[in-house]
Design a protein around this ligand. Sequence first.
Ligand SMILES: NC(=O)c1ccc[n+]([C@@H]2O[C@H](COP(=O)([O-])OP(=O)(O)OC[C@H]3O[C@@H](n4cnc5c(N)ncnc54)[C@H](OP(=O)(O)O)[C@@H]3O)[C@@H](O)[C@H]2O)c1
Length: 277
Amino acid sequence: MQRFWGEIMTNRTILLQNGVGMPQLGLGTWQVPDAAAERSVEHALRFGYRHIDTAVAYENESGVGRGLKRSGVGRGEVFLTSKILAECKNYGETKRMIDCSLRALGTDYLDLMLIHAPRPWDEMGDDNGYRYEEENAAVWRALEEGYTAGKFRAIGVSNFEIDDLRSLMRRCSIPPMVDQVRAYAGEIPWELLEFCRTNRIAAEAYSPLATGGLLKRGELAAIAEKYGVGVPQLCIAYVMQLGMIAIPKAVSPAHIEENTELGFTISEDDMRALAAL
Ligand SMILES: NC(=O)c1ccc[n+]([C@@H]2O[C@H](COP(=O)([O-])OP(=O)(O)OC[C@H]3O[C@@H](n4cnc5c(N)ncnc54)[C@H](OP(=O)(O)O)[C@@H]3O)[C@@H](O)[C@H]2O)c1
């Protein structure tokens, strides 16, 4: 089995290229309203999660911040990620958004700040469209300054393909440390993962359950049964065993808890079956 960039340590932390440790399992919060985000973040942190993923676009940073405070877990123990709006493609607006994000989350630093997408969402499907290369470089410069000023412990991107990464890496002073991309059983961007491995960019899998779409697949239930786990745990363990960081979203307290039951190793044969799904 191929293993991608990032060393899995005993406490399941991925070491980023600047030496910062990023917990390999986190809690996703997309489509979670502000008040519900407060509850799920509080529950997850009390239960033992140490990594939360949010974004300006999710409109729940305040709730995430309140959940963090209510959990009683120290700020320094939690890895917190947010993302600059995909539609924000200039330096000044990014600087303002950074400060708004920190204020909403009630913190003076983030562990990771990402550019949410290389292009505004309504242009993402257009392969021949404008690439926003200079604009992403300007947004990145604001992130680099935030990093240097201690507002971020790491900086990265999301939904960037190889060409987007190459373009940014030609223009940046500090290279991206993470690329958060859609990845789940049957839908792994293998070439991109190889590019990330070669360039020491940690690959983070979003939607590891295909936003719930994988949960009803009968062939997955049969594989999961061999390990005495459910389909969600199998799918989360799969992307983690590929060396990726996983951020399953759950609001149900039972789901939040179940998704940490990952103490098993998927066989080579089953890894191949999951890749071929
Ligand atoms: N960067 C990006 O552009 C981007 C895009 C998409 C997602 N993301 C990030 O990735 C995170 C995860 O992706 P996602 O939100 O698409 O969804 P996902 O994690 O693939 O799936 C979430 C769905 O699975 C259900 N679920 C979770 N654990 C379960 C369990 N143990 N048993 C049964 N059902 C379970 C959840 O239900 P309940 O909620 O009811 O518990 C929810 O309906 C997002 O929340 C976000 O933080 C980033």
